[in-house]
Design a protein around this ligand. Structure first.
Ligand SMILES: *Cc1c(COP(=O)(O)O)cnc(C)c1O
Length: 371
């Protein structure tokens, strides 16, 4: 009996969409505890500077709010409290806001709403890897329009790249991993091309909220702004992000999304962070001050050429030796960073800006290493 079943049923893998079998997947950062334990490094000697997280953590008000959540009850599927608080924070009406389990969920929702197999997205490398991942997942194609050597957009090449199959242009401001802001002129040119324009503002609090393009959302039909609590608010592990969207599109996303994301703990922590902004904004200012202290110190390392950044990380060209080997040497010393050795970024590392003690561990290691 079982034999017959085995012979006639090929199994679930034979039923998988063929395009997914070739998918490479998103490259997440590896948990540092594993690597640290492997090298026998004490926790206080670890500087986790590879994920752009906020190492000060969330404000105590957010932690206290999580403790009050009745976890036995489903969260509000309409996200009323959270969307009202987000509306006050962003100046965008609540009916144009959708929250999710990280801005990653918003990228996924936008992709699922807009992309059919054969459609195209445009990304502008060096870019965040999640956009291409989403396109792959939806069976869409990614067209890359590399940024210019100074990391501004190549507006002419972008205009040439758009065709009838192009549904979404993904931009990041400040950009990850280069740290530069999108200019208003660049944005206007891209908005005029026609496809949906996603401006991912994951790091905008570190650049200053006055550099955000959120205020344009109510005036434009094809502008989507994504934000997250993962970086400025120290809530990466709780997963909380949101989109600011044209009103009818926000309504559509509410129809197609899973009803109970973000979870109740994330929602409570988010509302608390927004209601008591000052403690968390103080940490944002401390990180910005640390960025200003760290930059000249990195520039003084004779094999590094740091690039000015508006975010909580600094990209550096490695002008001597091998960026990958530098990454490995730093890791052996408990300092975790990202390295890039793929076009258009070669021989580069990206270090997150965190607390002064984290920078000190980084600088001490960099000074001791010959890459
Ligand atoms: C870190 C980051 C995010 C955050 O994603 P979440 O899912 O909200 O944690 C989004 N976009 C970019 C460019 C990022 O670097």
């Amino acid at each position: 009996m079982t034999n017959t079943a085995n012979q006639t049923i090929a199994g679930v893998m034979a039923l998988v969409r063929p395009d997914l079998l070739a998918m490479s997947g998103y490259e997440p950062v590896e948990p540092v505890e594993l690597t640290a334990a492997r090298y026998g490094i004490a926790p206080e000697r670890i500087a986790k500077l590879d994920g752009n997280e906020n190492l000060y953590g969330p404000c105590s008000e957010a932690v206290a709010a999580v403790m009050q959540v009745p976890f036995q009850i489903y969260p509000d599927p309409d996200q009323r409290l959270l969307r009202e608080a987000l509306s006050a924070y962003t100046g965008v009406p609540a009916d144009q806001i959708v929250a999710g389990a990280g801005s990653d969920e918003l990228i996924d929702l936008v992709g699922r709403a807009l992309l059919s197999p054969g459609d195209r997205i445009i990304d502008c490398p060096p870019a965040f890897g999640m956009y291409r991942f989403e396109a792959d997942l939806c069976g869409a194609e990614t067209v890359s329009v590399p940024r210019r050597p100074d990391f501004t957009l190549d507006s002419e090449a972008l205009a040439r790249a758009v065709d009838a199959r192009t549904k979404i242009i993904f931009l990041t401001s400040p950009n990850n991993p280069t740290g530069n802001l999108l200019s208003r002129r660049e944005l206007d040119a891209v908005l005029a091309l026609g496809p949906a324009v996603v401006v991912d503002e994951a790091y905008i609090e570190f650049a200053g909220l006055d550099t955000s393009v959120a205020a344009l959302v109510p005036q434009r039909q094809n502008l989507i702004v994504l934000r997250t609590f993962s970086k400025w608010a120290g809530l990466a592990g709780l997963r909380l992000g949101y989109g600011l969207l044209p009103a009818p599109f926000a309504a559509l996303l509410r129809v197609i999304k899973q009803p109970y994301t973000p979870n109740a703990a994330a929602e409570a922590a988010g509302v608390a962070s927004l209601q008591q902004l000052e403690p968390q904004m103080k940490r944002v200012r401390a990180i910005v001050a640390e960025r200003d202290r760290l930059f000249p110190e990195l520039a003084a390392i004779d094999y590094l050429d740091p690039i000015p950044s508006q975010a909580n990380f600094i990209l550096c060209r490695v002008t001597r030796g091998d960026a990958r080997r530098l990454r490995d040497r730093l890791r052996e010393r408990g300092v975790f960073i990202r390295y890039f050795n793929r076009d258009p970024l070669r021989d580069c590392i990206r270090v997150s800006v965190a607390r002064p003690q984290d920078s000190d561990l980084l600088l001490e290691a960099l000074r001791a290493i010959e890459p």
